[in-house]
Design a protein around this ligand. Structure first.
Ligand SMILES: [Zn+2]
Ligand SMILES: [Zn+2]
Length: 408
């Protein structure tokens, strides 16, 4: 960004239609007063006067709820940025400080009672500060720990956008009582039609995984719907550690990283839910980084039930094929949020048919599951198994489900 504010910049800013309340820049000045002392305030006033807008701190303080030309708000931010050499981080900090002022809290306390009422109040909150620009909540989900704000019809200066990436999360964090991150994902100064801000909070690991899912649009897998329990990632890691050691696991992680995805197998929470697409990406990364064949992946699936806590918990149901058949749908649902599993037992005829519906991720995952199911069945009947995927949604006439046949 430019160092010195030029007359053209001032002219451009002051030509912008719309108004902003005095408070929008009063807090910036108070932030400077607080962090840099009385003298700094004099410097701001002098520079504003020099640029043709002799605004006095005492005046804004007296008329903080009055409306001023919106360009003044942007100009004041730029003046502060120029005088004190503020970088992006410091601008963000200034944005955050604004939401900490007692007056701000008092004025907007009515919106602060809950997450939902804050979300509803956002457009109005914006309008109380600015006569132009429309702030919308595109998505707000306390479960998913994210919110997306869209700011339309507002184009003053990029410095304001950075400022807002400090301001928005601070407001939200007052309500949530937890730290909130924010980044601008779309911006009119980058050629987009509006500004968009992504706010995230909660568990950092989960958040990064979720972001990996939404970020990389080139990887289809990253957009697969549904989630898998952390335990399935853990068991993958156990297998890789056993076969290829720590070095092998690190290779898999850096292979994923090179594709823009992030898994820290050690940080994953066993009972947490993670994007299902990431599961397949991790299997693919193992093929790539470790040279695993389909057989190896099947073997990995076969080893998994032995390490699974959930299978152990369900162990009491696993003493007969009939029991297993009735419990299998639940066992599946404990691991995955999508797909329905049904088991058709034919114990007398010595075979079991397993059908999986509503899950079309990747054929490699079928291979893994074939290994996984065969181990569970083998654990029950205690005899070697011949396994085969007899129908698959990826091959031969596009069946709408996968079917596995296990014989002994
Ligand atoms: Zn922007
Ligand atoms: Zn299949």
């Amino acid at each position: 960004m430019e160092k010195k504010i030029t007359a053209q910049t001032v002219e451009k800013l002051m030509a912008i239609k719309g108004e902003a309340r005095g408070v929008t820049f009063l807090y910036d000045w108070e932030f400077i007063l607080e962090t840099r002392g009385q003298n700094s305030l004099k410097k701001i006033e002098a520079r504003m006067a020099e640029l043709g807008y002799p605004i006095k701190y005492s005046e804004i303080k007296r008329k903080k709820m009055a409306f001023y030309p919106i360009g003044l708000d942007a100009l004041s931010t730029l003046v502060i940025k120029e005088l004190f050499n503020l970088d992006e981080r410091q601008l963000k900090e200034m944005g955050a400080s604004k939401a900490k002022f007692p007056l701000f809290l008092k004025i907007f306390i009515k919106y602060f009672v809950s997450f939902d009422s804050l979300v509803k109040g956002v457009p109005k909150m914006w309008r109380e500060h600015y006569t132009v620009g429309d702030l919308e909540v595109v998505e707000a989900d306390n479960e998913k720990e994210l919110a997306v704000l869209r700011l339309k019809n507002f184009s003053t200066h990029k410095a304001l956008c950075i400022f807002l990436t400090g301001y928005f999360p601070q407001v939200l964090s007052v309500v949530l009582g937890a730290p909130v991150d924010c980044r601008e994902t779309k911006c009119v100064f980058d050629g987009d039609d509006y500004h968009e801000f992504l706010l995230t909070w909660g568990d950092k690991q989960k958040r990064e995984l979720r972001e990996a899912r939404t970020k990389n649009i080139t990887a289809k897998m990253a957009n697969v719907k549904g989630e898998a329990r952390g335990v399935v990632f853990k068991t993958d890691a156990v297998f890789v550690l056993k076969e290829k050691g720590r070095e092998g696991l690190e290779k898999v992680q850096s292979e994923l990283k090179s594709k823009g995805h992030f898994i820290d197998y050690e940080q994953i929470k066993t009972m947490g839910f993670y994007p299902l697409g990431l599961r397949v990406l991790s299997l693919l990364a193992m093929q790539k980084a470790l040279g695993f064949s389909e057989k190896d992946i099947e073997h990995m699936g076969a080893e998994a039930p032995k390490a699974s806590l959930i299978v152990k918990l369900f162990g009491k149901f696993l003493f007969s094929i009939d029991k297993m058949s009735s419990q299998a749908p639940q066992l599946w649902a404990r691991h995955y949020t999508v797909g329905q599993l049904e088991v058709d037992p034919h114990e007398k005829e010595k075979y079991v048919v397993v059908r999986l519906r509503g899950l079309d991720i990747h054929p490699l995952f079928c291979v893994y599951l074939k290994g996984y199911f065969s181990t569970i069945i083998r654990m029950i009947i205690n005899s070697p198994i011949i396994s085969e995927e007899t129908k698959c949604s990826f091959t031969g006439g596009k069946k709408e489900y996968h079917e596995f046949l296990f014989k002994w």
